[in-house]
Design a binder for this molecule. Structure first.
Ligand code: ZN
Length: 485
């Protein structure tokens, strides 16, 4: 069994014991699409430097810390939804951050921007995407993400958890948060990465999972990696498809089990919730491309690219560059269509979650404008019911047939809905939006259709919000660039 020594390093010799696995285990996992040449991979298992978090000697202590945290939560009145501020000066909620940003706090503004952008990219890219974020550290040396410690996140999040399974999940995540904090404090994250596999729950119905924010169209799962690189603690998330289409057989558990096994971590027989509760510490010498190395392993087993059917060469580096490009292009759109309206509504938020609800609406709206012209966005992120309309609209857009495009857009906007990461616990209740009451003229006779044009055909401005208004059978187009048609 591995043990964290006083120097905070996991002993190498100890690591290779207890977690090596037999090649025969592998044969239990044969799936027809698996690559038969990869058995050779497992010869290397004996040399891996990986251990499960639960096998470390510190684990009982960490468990008691999690138990204390649970005790703290049960003392709180769960019906009272006012978030609890646990000895923290940083903005706790998006609402507070928005208010501080309006007063001029640059830090708060960055916080709002980061939240808005993450929420948007999580909606738009359900598989085949990699994001890297940095933790900051507060004065108590606690890791902070989105302005909260893992403990705060749990305390604030668990109170809005409707389904008992999701509450259980959040307890698991809280415990993983304790682990991550400890590995950081003791320096383990300098040489190792903590790797967690988070799959769509299978003990609730697909519909329930969908409502909770999971992307069930392709059963996307997240590989999360936390480590320290050049003095900064980072979290990398890779989103990988776990099924080819809605209702198709899931291959996520097998892919994850095989991936872990190639590092000597044996999840054989473990269910989805158990896998989440058993993160691995993997030595970084085994992860030359960090989370992408794990994606590559998984793809090798499934014969796919980020879990998706794929033709041609698999260029992971080029794809990472594409992920950066997406983030950069999303940044300016999110600034204009999400961050600015959010700040403008600051004085109208009453309930602490109003800002989150409004963010949800704004990003949903933005995605329903960008998706028709930006082919890098998965066409199914508004749900299977809207996918055909999205794809048709793209074809009409490419052909310049705006009239037909509009019809498809309106249908997709009517039928579809998007969601971001399920760990951003939020409710679907509408926030009353007072900001867009400009067109009070009887809107019943107007048919307004909005989308983001990749490029204005007249002035060639990029990412132009284009509005078509149909009134008495006549349609006019107006670009935010000023051009009309
Ligand atoms: Zn123009």
């Amino acid at each position: 069994m591995g043990e964290i020594s006083e120097q905070g390093r996991v002993g190498t010799a100890e690591l290779t014991m207890g977690s090596t696995s037999d090649a025969q285990v592998i044969s239990d996992f044969e799936l027809q699409f698996l690559d038969p040449t990869l058995e050779a991979d497992f010869d290397a298992v004996a040399q891996t430097l990986a251990v499960e978090a639960r096998d470390l000697a510190i684990e009982p202590e960490l468990r008691s810390r999690t138990a204390k945290l649970l005790g703290k939560v049960s003392l709180l009145d769960r019906s009272n939804s006012e978030p609890v501020n646990v000895e923290l000066e940083q903005p706790m909620t998006l609402k507070q951050a928005v208010e501080e940003a309006v007063k001029g706090s640059h830090e708060a503004l960055q916080f709002v921007r980061k939240n808005a952008l993450t929420d948007y990219t999580e909606r738009a890219y359900k598989s085949g995407h990699v994001v890297t974020a940095e933790f900051s550290v507060n004065e108590n040396n606690q890791l902070i993400q989105y302005g909260q410690t893992a403990e705060d996140m749990f305390i604030n999040g668990s109170r809005h958890m409707a389904h008992p399974l999701l509450l259980e999940r959040s307890i698991t995540e809280a415990h993983n948060g304790q682990r991550q904090q400890y590995y950081y404090e003791t320096g383990v994250l300098k040489d190792f990465a903590m790797v967690t596999f988070s799959l769509v729950p299978d003990v609730i119905t697909s519909q329930e999972a969908k409502e909770a924010g999971y992307f069930t169209e392709t059963m996307s799962y997240a590989i999360q990696l936390v480590t320290e690189e050049t003095g900064k603690v980072i979290v990398q998330s890779a989103f990988v498809a776990g099924a080819d289409s809605p209702g198709a057989p899931r291959f996520d558990t097998q892919a994850v089990t095989k991936t872990a096994l190639s590092f000597g971590i044996d999840y054989t027989g473990a269910g989805i919730e158990e896998i989440l509760s058993r993160p691995a510490l993997i030595h970084k010498s085994m992860l030359p491309d960090l989370v992408v190395t794990l994606v590559q392993k998984s793809d090798k087993y499934t014969g796919r690219f980020f879990g998706r059917p794929h033709q041609g060469p698999k260029d992971y580096q080029a794809h990472l560059t594409e992920c950066h490009r997406r983030e950069a292009s999303a940044e300016s759109l999110v600034e204009e269509f999400v961050v600015e309206p959010l700040l403008a509504a600051a004085s109208r938020f009453r309930h602490p979650t109003d800002a989150n609800k409004y963010l949800d609406q704004l990003n949903d709206k933005l995605l329903k404008k960008t998706i028709f012209t930006d082919k890098s966005i998965d066409s199914n992120v508004l749900g299977a019911i809207a996918t055909d309309h999205v794809e048709q609209a793209r074809i009409y857009y490419a052909n310049g047939d705006f009239r037909r495009m509009e019809r498809e857009i309106l249908e997709a906007q009517r039928l579809g809905s998007s969601s971001s990461c399920p760990t951003v616990y939020k409710s679907r209740v509408e926030f009353e939006d007072y900001s867009e009451s400009e067109d009070d003229e009887d809107s019943s006779q107007l048919e307004v259709c909005e989308f983001i044009s990749k490029e204005c055909p007249k002035c060639h401005a990029k990412n132009v919000l284009t509005t078509s208004v149909k009134k008495n059978g006549k349609t006019t187009y107006k670009g935010a660039c000023g051009c009309v048609g």
